[in-house]
Design a protein around this ligand. Sequence first.
Ligand code: SIN
Length: 513
Amino acid sequence: MSRYDYIIVGSGIAGLYTALLAKELGSVLVITKGSIDDCNTKHAQGGIAASVGKNDSADLHFQDTIAAGNGLSDEEAVRILVNEAPDRITDLVNLKVPFDTLEGSIALTIEAAHSVPRVLHAGGDATGEHIEVTLSKQAHLSKIQILEDCLATEIMIEKEAVKGIKTLDYRTASIDEFSCRFLILATGGAGQLFKFNTNSDVVTGDGVVLAFNTGAEIVDMEFFQFHPTALRLPGVTPFLISEAVRGEGGILRNVNGHRFMPDYTPEADLAPRDVVARSILYEMKKTGSDRVFIDATHLPPHITTTRFPHIYRFCLDHGLNITKGLIPVAPAAHYMIGGIKTDNWGETNIAGLFAVGETASTGVHGANRLASNSLIEALVFGRRIIEKTRERAKGKAPAASLGTEVHHSLSQRQVPKVIPTLNLSALQQLLWDKVGILRDQQNLTKAADTLAAWQKSLVPPTDRPSYELNNLVLTGRLVTEAALLRKESHGAHFRSDFPQSSPQWQHHIMFTR
Ligand code: SIN
């Protein structure tokens, strides 16, 4: 069995940045399900948040993140994020990420719920792609070993600590085992749970399932962030229309041309994401339409084409010139706020098992993630993982933080009279219809019963599609059961049968096997 100091599963920003740091300390293997650049990072448009602007400060970034998190963020984790963010941006600059500049300084934009412009971007709306390409180039230059087209299938444990990982190379069907001192899960979220989503096809809850099956704690799964504006064109996969389009002056209009956001909230088009997403749903219902529109036609055309070249080109390729016509949009699942519970050093409750990026729950995002806080979170906590493992090598580990969690295990469920046939589109439709932006007891219960029945019917997976489907069923159960338990509305989790927040629910829902 080959042995490494670090094995990292996933090759987005979290996996590759952490791998580059780990390489300084020991041997590193990166295992990735597709090719190195198949990840959600590549799809990130808006940018990466850090208080590097003249009128900004770590305190302001802290306040905005805490306000977005709606009382459920871990203040210590947020303090770490905002304090360390500017240095992590310097790391990216040193690695040669080509951030956009304006008159010689880094250009900053504003997104919903940020009190000042704080969002750095690259290539206009291609921030994630530039970061990903830069990091993968560096990973190749550093000669980090990368195993592509390889599924991590099971974490190996010995004496209650991580021993290594089992893998399946799905092109050759070869099953292998690798041992390591530190295993870092950086597998991204689970956007493929939902029929409409802005995520890469590879994002199927893999890390959450690996960790859960090993006994790790999974927390805050009811908080799934829906982006208000994904392109809605018949036959076209939803494509993110960055919040930055509204940040630069784009306006939401209904099918009758009415600017509706000021009817719902004084923050109008730049209200927090959950508020905008729900307002859009109400407006679609009111007007009997399956979409609303972003109007960017009043912006100077050269601003639209240079600031949003990807969006402009994608829409043009689908017959829509956004400098002249309205952009049809509707909400879509975007970001898994919950995930594998970690302490402030990225470690889980299992010795030697770490998680970073979207698959991790550091406590930063609380009940709702502030836009563009996720790429920076991956860097800040990725570095902290490496610091902690370096300390451990010296025999001194920093203390773990403790949160307020209520523990649950997945409940037994009634078998529904009719169980729909399980396949990816049936699962995505079920989650979209019953566990989406507006939730209630009846729909959640139906979804929970169906998912439990599906889980019982699963046979051991043998290839990539069957592993992914199994992972989505379990991740879907964790999201649905948590949403059923939280009988209140809070941040990204909205229950139409409990529309208010309740002080009884100022705690986190945590699942263990
Ligand atoms: C966007 O560009 O609107 C997405 C940014 C994010 O989700 O952080």
